[in-house]
Write a protein that binds this ligand. Structure first.
Ligand code: SF4
Length: 168
């Protein structure tokens, strides 16, 4: 079969994208902007910490910065150092060889600070459980202020979680 014949016969095989309505995202975003302006002088800074994730959660966190979600427009930014952060966004179970690094990161973050456990692994050890190689959930190592479950949580779930945290 010719290439063109194959194209016409196959049709469209990509999945339909049921995007969140812009209205819902815009509503959560506007509320975030209002709360961040009021409680954090317009800028809530996050340091993301991965002490053992499969990177699925990171992909969704990373999506917060793309052109669709563009979370910086709501006053939320990511920092390269915990010393500049208000919030630690921690993913994955805590691998034992990362336990000391997570503790050091927590201690390096100035007060007041908040810890958000992102994804089922961070919340309850998820797929990986607690083993000789894994401390399990984040709360086994540092105090947790908010959990955002999901495997992985969607960017909109992350925005809703941050809104809940900022509004506390
Ligand atoms: S919650 Fe799911 S996506 Fe996130 S680190 Fe665990 S297995 Fe990976």
């Amino acid at each position: 079969m010719s290439l063109f014949g194959k194209i016409f016969k196959t049709g469209i095989i990509t999945e339909r994208f049921d995007a969140y309505s812009d209205a819902e995202m815009n509503q959560v975003g506007a509320e975030l902007r209002r709360v961040v302006d009021r409680r954090f002088s317009g800028n809530l800074v996050i340091r993301q910490v991965d002490p053992g994730s499969c990177n699925g959660c990171e992909l969704e966190i990373n999506a917060l910065g793309n052109g669709f979600y563009d979370i910086e427009r709501y006053g939320i930014s990511f920092a390269a150092s915990p010393r500049h952060a208000d919030v630690l966004l921690v993913t994955g179970p805590v691998a034992r060889h990362m336990q000391a690094a997570l503790l050091a990161t927590y201690e390096a973050t100035p007060d007041p600070k908040w810890v958000v456990a992102v994804g089922d692994c961070a919340v309850n050890a998820g797929e990986f459980g607690q083993t000789y190689a894994s401390c399990g959930a984040v709360e086994q190592v540092i105090p947790v202020d908010l959990v955002i479950p999901g495997c992985p949580p969607t960017p909109l779930s992350l925005m809703k979680g941050l809104l809940k945290l900022a509004g506390q």
